[in-house]
Design a protein around this ligand. Structure first.
Ligand SMILES: [Zn+2]
Length: 204
């Protein structure tokens, strides 16, 4: 009890910028992310963090020595079980799978399709800058696959010292312009000259 807290994810407004060239316009797409407030159970996050750290100890990482664990809860799992995975490397390096995808593959194999909360722990780099302990690009895309367009899905990156529970990302912040095959999903590129009003977060 008392472990539930409200997080404020600040708005991000970044206009697009277009530069004419003799061969046509070059555009830097903008982003418009509305402020978001989400309620989380910090005790649940701590439990997932502990599970991620524990499973990292079982990583198969003989080549890099870089052990990573991920633990998650699927929104469509009525039992809200903790599903954990570690990175599994391969002598053929391309056959390696990261901890986040390892955990998500387990969750999908159990029949679940809706990610609610994922905690990833790079146990050897907990005090490193967040870029050194957060999901790689392939994992961000797979997290995007199972988060869909749900603004409530969160990813927590373990680290930052003894009194820090983690760094929080929603999908807008984790993977701008994540690839979609379904046109109704968000993250459409904002056309030049339209720096706001296209993000679905602004429609509600
Ligand atoms: Zn990865």
């Amino acid at each position: 009890m008392g472990a539930r807290v409200e997080l404020v994810l600040p708005a991000v407004i970044r206009p697009d910028a277009t530069t004419p060239t003799p061969f046509g316009r070059l555009t830097v797409p903008g982003r418009a992310i509305a402020e978001k407030r989400v309620s989380v159970d910090s005790g649940e996050i701590a439990g997932l963090r502990d599970a991620a750290r524990a499973v990292a100890g079982r990583a198969h990482a003989p080549y890099s020595g870089f052990r990573v664990g991920a633990a998650l809860i699927m929104a469509d799992d009525p039992e809200r079980r903790t599903i954990a995975g570690a990175n599994v490397e391969n002598a053929s390096y391309g056959g390696t799978i990261c901890a986040e995808r390892s955990a998500l593959a387990q969750a999908a194999s159990l029949g679940f399709r809706k990610l609610e909360l994922l905690v990833v722990s790079c146990v050897a780099t907990l005090d490193a800058p967040v870029a050194d302990r957060s999901p790689c690009g392939i994992c961000r895309q797979m997290i995007h696959e199972f988060a869909g367009c749900d603004p409530e899905t969160l990813v927590i990156v373990d680290g930052g010292g003894a009194d820090a529970l983690g760094d929080v990302f929603d999908l807008d912040r984790l993977l701008p312009y994540g690839f979609n095959l379904m046109s109704e999903q968000p993250d459409a590129v904002i056309p030049a000259g339209q720096s706001e009003g296209r993000d679905p977060a602004f429609r509600s």
